[in-house]
Ligand binder design. Structure first.
Ligand code: NAD
Ligand code: UDP
Ligand code: UDP
Length: 324
């Protein structure tokens, strides 16, 4: 009976950082959630607070394998996102992006439902246009250590638009810029969580290169808000839409800000810059503003403070050191 009134939403990659926050928001909004994940970088722990809710269902499944379920909307977030994780098994990363997209699109085509792809600012590579607009085609090294992720995501975008042109699938493509917040994996090497954990432990803060490279960090609740709005937008709104916070900062300044906010005794140390590390990144979000009425609400200091509280709590847990 409930099926007539309640939307059942598939979140592929729902046990990951962004996916777990998305599952929570969907459950809060009254939807049924089918969370699908192979637990590569995500964990059951990220969604355990939802286990007692009868509207939440968790399925261990790899999106490179076909999936036959009945749902009303599909969010495809399944893909490792941090360089350390996506370079661990690069061939698998490409398969996840490409075959995973094909399966999610095939599912959407059969069910005639909307499907949203979590794409990335990495499709712009090391950008020669700044800030990045959606019209910019990017500057990606096709054969470097980041290519499995960047080219996999670019191919997935191509597939989404081909399924739209060929099969009229209702597609939504969000190009997500660096997102941070509670539940990033503490040892996946992403800069915000790495710096926070280092600062809280009064350990050296490892800035790569000279720290002049920039990123623009968006707090996870803002990113999730954009994904929800994009999913519920009219058929004509396909994206790609940049989703991020245009507030740009260098990695050196980020390290200093985190030292300041944590009152840490850490010192900054410099390590070699990884190959193909983009020099700068900032989204132009005019399109998301116009088409979704969305803009980020949480400033960097506020978001970092919330994230610092989360990691301080984790550090207080006896089992945390073994996770690092
Ligand atoms: P994450 O690594 O925390 O989450 C990814 C989830 O996908 C994990 O739970 C993982 O176990 C699951 N997964 C991986 N391969 C899978 C497979 N083959 N089958 C089923 N599940 C699989 O990453 P995140 O930061 O939450 O990112 C979520 C999505 O958003 C990713 O697609 C990522 O590319 C995209 N994105 C994230 C950011 C960011 O800054 N966090 C930026 C741009 C794009
Ligand atoms: N697919 C799926 N679930 C579905 C429908 C399709 O996983 O409910 C997979 C299917 O196995 C196929 C892919 O999605 O490999 C693409 O489906 P499509 O219908 O576009 O292609 P076809 O089946 O015609 O190759
Ligand atoms: N970075 C750093 N120290 C670290 C981890 C990352 O200086 O311990 C830098 C990294 O070189 C990059 C930026 O921080 O310039 C963002 O890195 P992250 O891996 O978080 O995301 P991405 O490179 O995918 O944007």
């Amino acid at each position: 009976m409930g099926r007539q009134f309640t939307k059942r939403v598939l979140v592929a990659g729902g046990c990951g950082f962004i996916g777990s926050h998305l599952c929570e928001r969907l459950i809060e909004s009254g939807a049924d959630v089918l969370c699908v994940d192979n637990f590569f970088t995500g964990s059951r722990g990220n969604v355990e607070q939802l286990f007692s809710n009868p509207r939440f269902e968790l399925l261990r499944h790899d999106v490179t394998i076909p999936l036959y379920v009945e749902v009303d909307k599909i969010f495809n977030l399944a893909c490792p996102a941090s360089p350390v994780h996506y370079q661990f098994d690069p061939v698998k990363t490409t398969r996840t992006s490409v075959q995973g997209a094909i399966n999610m699109l095939g599912l959407a085509k059969r069910l005639k439902v909307s499907v949203l792809q979590a794409s990335t600012s990495e499709v712009y590579g090391d950008p020669s246009v700044h800030p990045q607009t959606e019209d910019y085609w990017g500057n990606v090294n096709p054969i470097g250590p980041r290519s499995c992720y960047d080219e996999g995501k670019r191919c997935a975008e191509a597939l989404f638009f081909d399924y739209r042109r060929q099969h009229q699938v209702a597609i939504k493509v969000a190009r997500i810029f660096n997102t941070y917040g509670p539940r990033t994996h503490p040892s996946d090497g992403r800069v915000v969580s790495s710096f926070i954990v280092q600062a809280l432990l009064n350990a050296d803060i490892t800035v790569f290169g000279d720290g002049s490279q920039t990123r623009s960090f968006c707090y996870v609740s803002d990113t999730v808000d954009a994904l929800l709005r994009l999913m519920d937008s009219p058929f004509e709104v396909t994206g790609p839409l940049n989703v991020g916070n245009p507030n740009e900062i260098s990695m050196r300044d980020l390290a200093e800000l985190i030292i300041d906010l944590t009152g840490s005794r850490s010192r900054i140390v410099y390590r070699p810059l990884p190959q193909d590390d983009p020099c700068r990144r900032r989204p132009d979000i005019s399109r998301a503003r116009d088409q979704l009425g969305w803009s980020p609400k949480v400033g960097l200091k506020e978001g970092l403070s919330k994230t610092i509280s989360h990691f301080s709590e984790l550090l207080g847990r006896s089992d945390f050191q073994t996770e690092l």
